[in-house]
Design a protein around this ligand. Structure first.
Ligand code: BEZ
Length: 254
């Protein structure tokens, strides 16, 4: 996940990420739970978890976002750490994660899930949402076409699993899957250059080492190509597909 985040820009222009995450919080069963917000970013959802009455702590691998989280929410505890190899000082009732797990390479998913399992108490809940199969298919197809026109290969730099693929991983990591849903969520983007800004913020890896003029030309071409599909009545949309799940760490007797 070697992405450089512009923490202020992310917070100002992409706040929909945590706004949509708020109703995920209602999937947590029980009150006053100890909750780890895995990949907490700027801490906005860690704060909402605390507002909902939980004892929430955040963990993120980005020092920039974590710094912002600590200054914005000084009463909350945040840890610098990576979702694939963190170790909790004490196990939690709940691990919660919104719009983070698709950033983790497929080869590291099983290790990450075992790590989450270890961080939970028996009976603990793992409540999460990530980009699911088909997420941003139009966007990635248009990017790929622009790369191919230049003789370049394009690989989607995310992991967007199906319900079956992810449920199998969860079971292998020791979880019981109690809920899994794949659904479309077309999401309005902010501003007249909403899609261009989204691409610049989130699609960085395929452009690493590329001449900036070529990158700019690919981005402009992609935006133009997607106008008929993703620009409606003055608003740009991202063709999001979400995979929302709940999985439980069984108690010894289960
Ligand atoms: C997502 O939330 O689905 C997502 C966000 C940024 C890049 C890719 C996917």
């Amino acid at each position: 996940m070697n992405i450089s985040w512009n923490a202020q820009d992310y917070t100002q222009n992409f706040s929909f990420v945590h706004e949509y995450g708020s109703d995920l919080i209602s999937m947590i069963q029980g009150e006053h739970r100890s909750v780890l917000d895995l990949g907490c970013g700027n801490g906005a959802l860690t704060h909402r978890l605390a507002q909902a009455g939980h004892r929430a702590e955040g963990l993120d691998a980005s020092p920039e976002l974590l710094e912002l989280a600590k200054t914005t929410w000084p009463g909350l505890v945040f840890h610098l750490g990576n979702a694939v190899d963190f170790q909790a000082a004490a196990p939690f009732d709940v691990v919660f994660s919104n719009a983070v797990l698709h950033w983790i390479d497929e080869t590291q998913q099983d290790g990450m899930l075992r790590c989450v399992n270890r961080a939970l108490k028996p009976g603990g809940q793992f409540v999460f949402e990530l980009g699911g199969y088909g997420n941003n298919a139009l966007i990635h197809r248009a990017l790929s076409a622009a790369f191919v026109r230049r003789g370049l290969a394009y690989r989607i730099p995310f992991y967007f699993p199906t319900v079956g693929q992810y449920s199998a991983r969860l079971e292998r990591a020791g979880f019981l899957v109690t809920y899994a849903l794949l659904f479309d969520r077309p999401t309005p983007l902010r501003g007249p250059d909403g899609l261009y800004d989204w691409l610049r913020m989130f699609i960085q890896r395929p452009f690493q080492g590329m001449d900036p003029a070529e990158e700019e030309s690919i981005l402009r071409e992609t935006v133009q190509e997607l106008e008929s599909a993703l620009y409606r009545e003055g608003v740009w949309y991202s063709d999001y597909v979400r995979l929302r799940c709940k999985a439980v760490k069984p108690t010894a007797l289960a």
